[in-house]
Design a protein around this ligand. Structure first.
Ligand code: HEM
Length: 238
């Protein structure tokens, strides 16, 4: 349920604060960086001592650390490019898609970095000594890491200052890497869920429904664009 709550809250906040996010984006980036630093400090303390949160604050911490908040931002960016552009909700999301992508990236940083550190410090020694059966674990770590590496240039070039220094075509070409990033993110999440001792069907169906709907909507949109292009080029050649 943490994922559904995260997605609902992030959607409501993004639609409610669209103009503020658009103009005062640096405040939102700073807030996201501050939260990510707090999460990282808590996770490091948890690794080094027995520090443990509880109740609602633990659920909120988990939503950030487990990647649920970050993936909610990425889902909004995905749908901003796939829904009908005549809808008000699509226009709103589309107008802040770069800011949403940057916020998602800032929130995924502690997830990617700390799970990687935990892998080398805690998990790898157990795997090497044959104490755990780790095939699915290793696959989803490798897929997550690949998605993370693809995200870094996308993240950096989403900032207006960097974007304006780039050639428009070069920038557009680079941004196409967002598609393999979305695909690998879904595969990563799918394997994480399949690796659970007790598979959570609601979460599995929820994520699959969202990523499958996005793929279908995007495909239909692209087919429509191609059709218009063919029509325009044939009317020019007449
Ligand atoms: C270095 C890169 C990454 C590593 C090492 C990593 C590692 C992990 C691990 C260990 C989990 C299981 C957490 C648990 O259940 O306790 C997990 C879950 C998750 N990861 Fe990653 N990940 C990485 C990158 C990513 C990226 C790029 C995304 C993109 C959005 C992502 C999204 C998620 C989500 C949403 C979950 C939780 C699924 C759920 O339980 O609802 N991860 N990841």
């Amino acid at each position: 349920m943490i994922f559904i709550y995260s997605l609902a809250i992030i959607t409501i906040l993004s639609l409610g604060f669209t103009s503020s996010i658009k103009t005062r984006y640096s405040i939102y980036y700073s807030l996201a960086a501050f939260i990510s630093i707090l999460i990282s400090i808590y996770e490091i303390l948890r690794l080094l001592s027995n520090a443990k949160l509880s109740g609602l604050i633990l659920s909120v911490e988990k939503a950030f650390m487990h990647g649920n908040v970050a993936v909610s931002f990425f889902i909004l960016v995905m749908f901003a490019g796939a829904l009908n552009t005549k809808w008000n909700i699509t226009r709103k999301l589309f107008s802040i898609r770069a800011q949403l992508a940057i916020l998602g990236s800032i929130f995924i940083l502690p997830h990617g970095i700390l799970y990687l550190v935990r892998f080398f410090v805690l998990k790898l020694p157990n795997i090497l000594s044959g104490k755990t059966n780790s095939t699915l674990y290793l696959i989803y770590m490798a897929v997550g890491l690949t998605a993370f590496v693809i995200l870094i240039p996308l993240f950096i070039t989403s900032f207006k200052k960097v974007r304006t220094k780039m050639n428009a075509l070069q920038w557009k070409k680079l941004q196409r890497w967002a598609y393999p990033f979305y695909f690998l993110s879904y595969i990563h999440i799918l394997i994480v869920l399949l690796n659970d001792e007790k598979i959570d069907l609601i979460r599995l169906i929820g994520y699959s429904f969202i990523f499958a709907s996005y793929s279908l909507l995007k495909l239909l949109k692209q087919l429509k664009i191609n059709k218009i292009r063919v029509k325009n080029s044939s009317s020019y050649s007449r």
